[in-house]
Design a protein around this ligand. Sequence first.
Ligand SMILES: [Zn+2]
Length: 202
Amino acid sequence: METIVGKQKHFVHESSYVDENVQIGEGTKIWHFSHVQSGAKIGKNCSIGQNVNIGNNVIIGNNVKIQNNVSIYEGVILEDYVFCGPSMVFTNILNPRSEYPQRGSEFYKKTLIKRGASLGANSTIICGNMIGKCAFIGAGAVITKDIPDYALVVGNPAKIIGWMCACGKKLSLSDDRDSDEAAKCDKCGRNYEKKGLKVKEV
Ligand SMILES: [Zn+2]
């Protein structure tokens, strides 16, 4: 089914459900067996794979890619160009109990994924944490704290093992918490400065 809402044009496969009061930007495609819940806002040119759930009031920027089998729960914000690998996991309650349910936005922790970050296949982002700009979360990693911009992290609990260029190439910067260093991406030529655990493009 192709729908035109005002001037916007997007695609929703006939096997998917989009609830009332949802915004979907032009050029966005929603593939098989997915569900977009009420109040969700999805930007332009996103690709939303098979068996994806987008919860109430979730905010998704432009050019975001969500691979198969991902649930984006209320409280999660994805900025532009975020990549969610297949079967990666978000949460939105820190200490769930079946017998003592916590439902409603006052219980949901905010999880912010900044522009250009990649979340690897089967990784888990514990709610209430922030993933920095262009950070790279390795497959299967478990995130238990905020991750700085451009950091490459792996493992459970995830640890910084290096730094990634915006273009996806590993930078020649160390994981030393205290060093000041500089590096140039040998793929795209961007320059970076590292001060402690802060990396920025210069
Ligand atoms: Zn680069």
